[in-house]
Design a protein around this ligand. Sequence first.
Ligand SMILES: Cc1ncc(C[n+]2csc(CCOP(=O)(O)OP(=O)(O)O)c2C)c(N)n1
Ligand SMILES: [Mg+2]
Length: 1016
Amino acid sequence: MARCLAARVSSRLVLPRLRVETGSFHTIVRPAKRDAVHFHGSPRWMQRPPAPRSVPLSRLTDNFLDGTSSVYLEELQCAWEADPRSVDESWDNFFRNFTGKAASSPGLSGQTIQESMRLLLLVRAYQVNGHMKAQLDPLGLEQRVPPQDLNPALYGFTDADLDREFFIGVWRMSGFLSENRPVQTLRAILRRLEQAYCGSIGYEYMHIPDRDKCNWLRERIEQHVPSNYSREKQAIILDRLIWGTRFENFLAQKWTAAKRFGLEGCETLIPGMKELIDRAADLGVDSIVIGMPHRGRLNVLGNVVRKPLRHIFSEFSAGIRPADVEKGGYTGSGDVKYHLGTSYDRPTRSGKRIHLSLVANPSHLEAVDPVVIGKTRAKQYYSQDVERKRNMAVLLHGDGSFSGQGVVYETLHLSDLPNYTTGGTIHIVVNNQVAFTTDPKSSRSSPYCTDVAKALNAPIFHVNGDDVEAVVHACAMAAEWRCHFKADVVVDIVCYRRFGHNEIDEPNFTQPKMYQVIKGHPTSLDIYEKKLAQVGQLKKEDIARVHDKVMAILNEEFQSSKDYIPKTQDWLAAYWTGFKSPEQLSRLRNTGVKPEILKNFGKAITTLPPTFTPHRAIKKVYEQRAQMIETGEGVDWATAEALAFATLLAEGNHVRLSGQDVERGTFSHRHAVIHDQKSGEKYCPLNHVVKNQKDEMFTVSNSSLSEFGVLGFELGYSMENPNSLVCWEAQFGDFSNGCQVIFDQFLSSGEAKWLRQTGLVVLLPHGYDGQGPEHSSARLERFLQMSDDNPFVIPEMEVSLRKQIQECNWQVVNVTTPANYFHVLRRQIHRDFRKPLVVMAPKNLLRHQACRSSLSEFNDVEGHPGFDKQGTRFKRLIKDQNNHAEVESGVRRLVLCSGKVYYELDEERQRVGAKDVAICRVEQLCPVPYDLLQRELRRYPNADVVWCQEEPMNMGAFPYMAPRLATAMVSVEHGSFEDLKYVGRPPSAATATGFGSVHSREQKELVQKALQEDRM
Ligand SMILES: Cc1ncc(C[n+]2csc(CCOP(=O)(O)OP(=O)(O)O)c2C)c(N)n1
Ligand SMILES: [Mg+2]
């Protein structure tokens, strides 16, 4: 490009002199007409600018020809140099003159080079900043000063130039500049610019660095003629707008005092969303996962997703609960109507079908975003939608929450990550310019509520919510963009909220001026009907007929809703057929795998390609793993995990592990992906467990540094198909409180609220090893505190009748052996229901010499030292390892513990030779293994019972275990609550000490105390 004009200009290289002659160019100067454009306010010095004079290019300064306008010229000149006929004749003349090749310079005399350039800058200014002058606010309250660079005066143009014709060139790019009209009056140019960029849609797209993307948008923006819809199309839009409007009116009329978070003020969302769905379906999308907040949700459920209206209406009539309640079926806690989800196969206008699922969500605004994205990604995996063409996510937001909630950013940032992308999400913001009672100026620091999306280079279409055709157009364009570029896009519908935050709120308390305007403001439906009537497109009678039809249906549905009995929510979305709800017994199954089979898979996952050069240390790790499997002894944590994954994969399940640095493992123990030290190439042995293993069947992926976003994503992913082991690992368990909303609102309570199951596994490194307050505790107590089992009731524990886990909201375990970890992971899949699993994962046990398992424990065959008659299963409790008889009257103390403190207790016991102390590990804390606790309590009738933990008394498992242990003790007449002794750190605010020496002292003391000879 160095040889091109612009480059030469900007680098001030010696150029052939451009001979600019005035007078002979076909400039027509006419006096300004009555509709003259009056340039908007500008400083005095700018109002009478000097008339543009011709300046030789050699004297132009560098900054005049900056940025992209120089690129325009550059490209044009290149094209001209390659073939002078490829550009318009007048540009041909221009370049001939410029390069001194022309015999004369006929066409350039009236328009100076400076004018040409300035015109380009003006055009560019509209493309960049036109949105700031767009007519976006239906209420007209917005006081935006149009940016100065949209003022032609800034470029030296005056009113007198309006009817001069300017040569704007013929451009290879699409859009405004591509019309084959190189000569236009300034007035016409400005009119087109205003129409394209400053109408009812404000486009922000020039921040996108990709040229093709910009041009794609420019073409659509600059060629679009507003209000150009056919009569038929307008009738459809009107019909949809009537539905959206009448629906809310109807609810308001029937249930005057009910909260519904109505859509009034943004009814155009309904035709907009429907257009988006139709367009996406035409472009190949057959499934859309939708996430949205409260505002307008019922309207979207009824009119877009098509949940039966009678069902929605019945939910307004208090007291109705699913029919299965009477039959004793599981109904959970239920949720308010504007949180519920649903799914539906919706026919589209062009005769296709599209599956829509609206994901249930809590009140917590935006928390559902990553869940929706994860679910969409899973749909893409299971439908082999590698190009991400058929499954798409749509997220709706409020203006306050989109700019305020951090999870929005955490979700957006997954957008282009290889193992998290869904090929772009369409975001729609219902921007009613208020958040509850808070004005935008108090709720964000950025000009637009959508600015966060610019970090992704997403185009943003701001659209006036009163202009239904503009909303429809923006939504269609968003669908086209997503389907074409597989990238995120935002439609910001600038609207208003006709009533208070909800229908019983008084908005005049806080926004009196705004609501004065709203009071007299017509609805978007009024506006559209008036417009159609004015242009004679639709007759009044036609419009009235639609109203009548809609009202008749609404009334019919209302009548039917009176005796409508909703069915229990459908448990079994798509892949879940045959899975059991909590009241249907799922029999316990074994999870063991024969050592011969393990050895086979063991080979596959420890063999590296011969040409691969691993790091020396990793090579050794893999050799050791191979040896563990070969000898069947000393299997460590990482190998056990890999064997669990491999066997599940071989059984046809999908396995996915995601989180920060999980490929190597925070503690450098996993090495699931290894890197060739010469080529840098990666190799993942678990991708080669079975022949022709499907891509992504095993996925291990380092995630972005987000907890909320990534855990939410994995949760959504896990909900799609039960035949998958989906795991999220926190870097350290501490950081998981960054995604507390997902634990509280989804994982622990989602099944109860929405009757949706998930078998998500959450791995939280936990353990007191002197690393200080922030790397010790995964806050086990919080997970246990949220568990919903009754501390004073022992449920049915008989193996053939046991539903304890099914009836509980989740499982919390603190596992101490590799084999038990293997079983607990496999158990997640080998059952007919799904339940979240929270694992307090080890840190120093990963390399602890005593924390090893024999391969025989993976099948748990009789005869090995740990055999426990529980069969080839996960051990919820590991009894004392000293081969005690059924009754051991001589044991003076039973120490119950959980997690890694067991190894320290055992070591101390050996050191002091305390043979009269039994140590049992409660591996599954929730739900409590009452049967096994009772067995151990009976085994040691004379022992005092101690709960020992390394966490402070107000943390760890003690607060949860104490009443439950007491219940178990009472049940076997082994004392009561007062007889249960606590050994551990005293209550504390911080989770752990920051001083290594204090930690060691405390740890030593608590272990010694647990074993001390004196009775407690
Ligand atoms: C995380 C979270 N914080 C606070 C709230 C309480 N709340 C409910 S609606 C709302 C205002 C939301 O404003 P906006 O996002 O603009 O949506 P709008 O209600 O205006 O449609 C607030 C603060 C909430 N639901 N979730
Ligand atoms: Mg709002």
